[in-house]
Design a protein around this ligand. Structure first.
Ligand SMILES: Nc1ncnc2c1ncn2[C@@H]1O[C@H](COP(=O)(O)OP(=O)(O)O)[C@@H](O)[C@H]1O
Ligand SMILES: [Mg+2]
Length: 357
């Protein structure tokens, strides 16, 4: 087994320290070295793709991807390289397909048969489908529409009917209705006809990863979004993100003025139980891949209509470039998880050797 790990990053962005790389990547590399493994950080670029690939294939046992594919000019080359690496026996942390299936907004919809997500959540992949169904879901109450790209609240819209049009009924909101649209990026409000808003959304459905997730607006977002920071199957940290205290604010992004506080998972026993009970469902419904090394699950509180009790609803998963620069000590747990996983795999591979003679 090769005890060398390559950490992949992308150049640019605002998350790099004076040292040039992400500070939390450096912490992971240092923690691996402390445990007698070796690690290096490499900037991915399409130009150097072949060289990076050959280097990883010959030197490393695993890669840790810490790139937000959405920030690359074109993510095709990066994903292709990762696929080739895992096909050639390199442990992918995470597997490129897992990165997509966990990180895409429709992950929430895929989980709707579990206890994590309510049933009235939908994904749209074509403009026609969106246009036909959104007027129906909007008739049931305030909705949140989420585009697939980004992670900064851009293209995440709260949509509320404020003046029903002529033929609005309990089944459908008519296209001439007036809607109030609030974007999570900065909580700014725009008022327009529903037809105009629907046409505006065509941009989110373009391209191969174009999609929209449609879910109920959860008003208890005012109490905050609860981010669970996961190392494979283990919750290790909680970030409680409270939106700004202004009437229209529903966004938990820092840019929009939300306030963050940190907690240990033990302080949230009900949520931890919910996650433990649903981990297998998550793995299975998101494609059966090895669970990502570092990922986050974001929850919003809701009230169960039947019991009146608190209920956590999963709003989003992130799995491609999760940072922990506020809690660098977590790098020790990260390194431990990497080594534990690699050693477990090694035992299996030794016992079940390949058939090549
Ligand atoms: N169903 C919802 N109800 C209320 N607020 C929501 C809902 N979904 C998302 N939000 C708010 O919008 C913000 C951005 O949505 P999110 O799904 O996290 O997208 P992004 O990828 O941009 O982070 C969240 O941080 C949360 O504050
Ligand atoms: Mg988010």
């Amino acid at each position: 087994m090769k005890t060398h790990v390559v950490i992949l990053e992308a150049r640019g962005g605002t998350d790099k320290g004076a040292y040039g790389y992400r500070v939390d990547s450096r912490a992971i590399a240092d923690s691996l070295r402390k445990k007698k493994w070796s690690a290096e950080i490499i900037f991915y670029s399409d130009e150097n793709r072949g060289e990076i690939y050959r280097h990883i294939v010959t030197k490393a046992g695993a890669y840790i991807s810490r790139v937000n594919p959405g920030n690359l000019k074109d993510e095709t080359g990066y994903f292709q390289m990762l696929k080739e690496l895992v096909e050639n026996g390199i442990q992918g942390l995470p597997h490129p397909d897992a990165m997509v299936s966990y990180g895409a907004k429709n992950a929430v919809e895929k989980l709707k048969e579990s206890d994590l997500v309510p049933n009235d959540v939908y994904s749209y992949y074509s403009f026609e489908d969106f246009k036909e169904n959104f007027i129906k879901t909007l008739a049931t109450g305030v909705r949140v529409l989420k585009q697939n790209r980004g992670s900064t609240g851009e293209g995440i819209w709260r949509v509320e009917v404020i003046e029903p049009g002529k033929s609005t009924n309990s089944e459908e909101v008519s296209l001439d209705s007036k809607v109030k649209c609030t974007e999570a990026k900065d909580n700014h409000v725009e008022t327009m006809r529903l037809s105009e808003f629907i046409d505006f959304c065509v941009q989110y459905l373009e391209g191969p990863s174009g999609m929209l997730l449609d879910m109920p607006f959860l008003e208890r977002i005012k109490e905050g979004e609860i981010r669970v920071f996961m190392l494979r199957k283990k919750p290790v940290n909680i970030v409680h993100k409270k939106p700004a205290d202004t009437p229209d604010a529903f966004s938990a992004t820092l840019f929009s003025g939300a306030k963050y506080t940190y907690d240990s998972p033990e302080k949230w026993p009900d949520l931890m139980r919910l996650i433990q009970n649903n981990l297998n469902a998550i793995i299975e419904k998101l494609g059966g891949y090895e669970i990502p090394l570092i990922w986050t699950a974001d929850f919003i509180l809701d009230t169960d209509k039947d019991t009146g009790k608190d209920k956590y609803v999963l709003g989003e998963i992130n799995a491609s470039c999760v940072g922990f620069s506020t809690h660098l000590e977590l790098s020790e747990d990260v390194a431990e998880e990497v080594i534990r996983l690699m050693e477990a795999e090694d035992i299996v591979n030794k016992r079940w050797t390949s058939f090549t003679i």
